[in-house]
Design a protein around this ligand. Structure first.
Ligand code: ADP
Ligand code: MG
Length: 623
């Protein structure tokens, strides 16, 4: 018999070491993982057999069988699913195949306490066998093939694969149970675990009888969870199903179970996670929702089922109307699917709207996780974008809480026509932006938009409730037309008229670097800031587009605004009037412009010149 030894991929070896030294207090989850894999393997065969019935070869009685051998101290988990070839074994049981998982393994440190929390976020699947077994044998015959193989490992560094005999198709996993895990040889313990973790599995999990006369016993309910009436399903069962179907390990923030009857008939059991999945912002923007047709699993890669802005949804949709032999290609532009999608999206948004009203705090938690994704729908969904905008939450200069746009509009000052906002990468930096000082002083609220997606929807959506969106970093600030905040007596218009010489000197010095230099009415404390001209692109949007290489080399020139009430400007104006200070004024202009760039988080063009000028100024300041 040929037998080959293979090394585990480095990440797997690392993972196995940690798993075997049992981080988990709940070692029982190994059974959930193995039963879940067996069920997936049956689902996959059932789907393949729709178009190639010979693969199932008459044996369509899908099930998982558990056998205990108390003498040999083994627990065997066996299925008649799709099975694995030799290559499948190498690929699936020797490497970490699931995308993103190796990223988690990289974070493992060997420090048990830290590692548990990392592992808790992704689960260890098949490798959890080694929590309870010191040797694992996997014998498998792939559907449609004639040679079976056996994979064997003790979980240290390497495994072997050799030829094997196996009467029927499918996979048999023999666990040689460790001394300290012998509880898993006890039928009542197994009964318990299956009930707890695998009751929702749609196929029977059978405990095989023994020589002493015990009969075969089906341990679970063995009907697809979503087909059962809501009132018969407990929260725990929903959560377990969510773990199984969503490859998730947290609890659902929202569970949405609904059967639709009418022209079309379908059932959806959807979940919104309580925490953010690690691949949420990966560029593919893929959904993991599973499509079933009359209880048969079809695919979990159905782009047509949900729009990308709802890609955080987990769960299943089961249709009665699609043909059972539907191929994945047929799903494209399928009118039935399009209707299901539209119904599903409306249902989810409707539910979110309800939640936002009923449970503000809970909704904010959802928003922290998925708001940035949902906002993609504001400009991608022509039909429901408005409802999404209304549902959206924003940070603003009005305290630290979230506000809705409706809330903002209610607080608008008399005479205020527009909804003011500022975009950037970082909320804290936005709060300190010089461009919002004047708005703050006048008690005008400014939305602080720090998600990259904000720049995109703002470039498409012009208004909310008849009020235009206006960037505070663009154009003239229109602040003068608005009343001052109550009780605030402003000292604005003071010396605006006698800075002419200074402005002229600044314009002269900076003519190559800025479009204009002018007096600002939006600054109260900072000496200067940059703004975009009325017709030019918003400064942050331009930065985002440049980062995405969606913009050629040409950047628009900015306008430098100066604060007429700042002590520095007054002193510089005095020097300008006295004459003979052109070098000083030029250096001051350059320094202030560089500072304005730094505040915007931009590179300054000549850091050496900047620091020389800075040092010269400091030297002059020290008497
Ligand atoms: P996951 O189930 O998340 O993919 P696992 O570690 O649980 O990760 O399993 C790894 C892979 O091994 C599975 O994706 C599957 O391809 C294969 N596998 C595991 N168990 C079985 C089985 N009983 N029958 C067929 N393939 C299996
Ligand atoms: Mg698995």
């Amino acid at each position: 018999m040929t037998e080959k030894t293979h090394e585990f991929q480095a990440e797997v070896a690392k993972l196995l070491h940690i798993v075997a030294h049992s981080l988990y207090s709940e070692t029982e989850i190994f059974l959930r993982e193995l039963v879940s894999n067996a069920s997936d393997a049956c689902d996959r065969l059932r789907y393949a057999a729709l178009t190639a019935p010979e693969l199932a070869a008459g044996d369509t009685d899908y099930r998982v069988r558990l056998t205990v051998d108390p003498e040999a101290k083994t627990l065997t988990i066996e299925d008649n699913g799709i099975g694995m070839s030799e290559e499948d074994m190498i690929e699936n049981l020797g490497t970490i195949a699931r995308s993103g998982t190796s990223h988690f393994v990289d974070q493992l440190t060997g420090d048990a306490a830290k590692d548990v929390s990392v592992i808790g976020q992704f689960g260890v699947g098949f490798y959890s066998s080694f929590m309870v077994a010191d040797k694992v044998e996997v014998t498998s015959l792939k559907a449609g093939e004639s040679q079976a193989h056996v994979w064997t490992s003790e979980g240290h560094g390497s495994y072997t694969i050799g030829d094997a005999d196996r009467p029927g198709r499918g996979t048999k996993i023999v666990l040689h149970i460790k001394k300290e895990a012998e509880e898993y040889l006890d039928p009542s313990r197994l009964r318990n675990i299956v009930k707890r973790y695998a009751d929702h599995i749609a196929l029977p999990v059978v405990l095989v009888g023994d020589d002493d006369g015990a009969e075969d016993e089906v341990l679970n309910t063995a009907s697809a969870l979503w087909t059962r009436p809501k009132q018969d399903i407990t929260d725990e069962q929903y959560t377990e199903f969510y773990h199984h179907t969503g490859q998730a390990f947290d609890s659902p923030w929202l569970t949405l179970h609904s059967k639709v009857e009418g022209v079309l008939e379908y059932t959806m059991l959807l979940f919104i996670p309580e925490s953010q999945p690690f691949d949420l912002f990966s560029p593919e923007r893929k959904s993991a929702l599973k499509l079933y047709v009359k209880r048969v699993f079809i695919t979990d890669e159905c782009e047509e089922l949900v729009p990308p802005y709802l890609r955080f949804l987990k769960g299943v949709v089961d249709s009665e109307d699609l043909p059972l032999n539907v191929s994945r290609e047929m799903l494209q532009n399928n009118p039935v699917l399009r209707k299901i999608r539209s119904g599903l999206v409306k249902k989810v948004i409707g539910e979110l709207e309800k939640r936002a009203k009923k449970d503000t705090e809970g909704f904010q938690k959802f928003w922290d996780n998925f708001g940035a994704v949902l906002k993609e729908g504001i400009y991608e969904d022509g039909e429901l974008g408005d409802r999404l905008l209304k549902l959206s939450l924003f940070k603003s200069t009005n305290g630290t809480d979230y506000t809705s746009l409706e809330g903002y509009v209610e607080r608008m000052k008399e005479g205020q026509q527009s909804i003011y906002y500022i975009t950037g990468d970082d909320l804290d930096a936005l709060r300190k932006s010089p461009q919002i000082e004047g708005f703050r002083a006048k008690g005008i609220e400014v939305l602080l938009l720090a998600d990259p997606v904000d720049s995109f929807w703002l470039s498409r959506i012009n208004e909310f409730d008849g009020k235009a969106f206006k960037s505070v970093t663009r154009g003239s600030a229109e602040l003068d037309s608005l009343d001052d905040a109550e009780g605030e007596d402003k000292k604005s218009e003071d010396n605006t008229d006698n800075l002419d010489l200074l402005i002229a000197a600044f314009k002269d010095a900076l003519s190559e670097r800025v479009k204009d230099v002018r007096i600002s009415n939006r600054l109260t404390d900072s000496p200067v800031c940059l703004v975009a001209d009325d017709g030019d692109m918003d400064m942050h949007l331009e930065k985002v587009l440049k980062a995405h290489k969606q913009l050629g080399g040409m950047a628009s020139q900015r306008i430098l605004e100066i604060n007429p009430n700042h002590g520095l400007m007054k002193k510089l104006q005095v020097r300008a009037e006295a004459g003979g200070a052109s070098d000083l004024l030029k250096d001051a202009a350059e320094l202030l412009l560089d500072q304005a760039f730094i505040i915007e988080g931009e590179q300054i063009s000549d850091p050496v010149a900047f620091s020389r000028r800075m040092a010269d100024f400091m030297a002059q300041g020290i008497a």
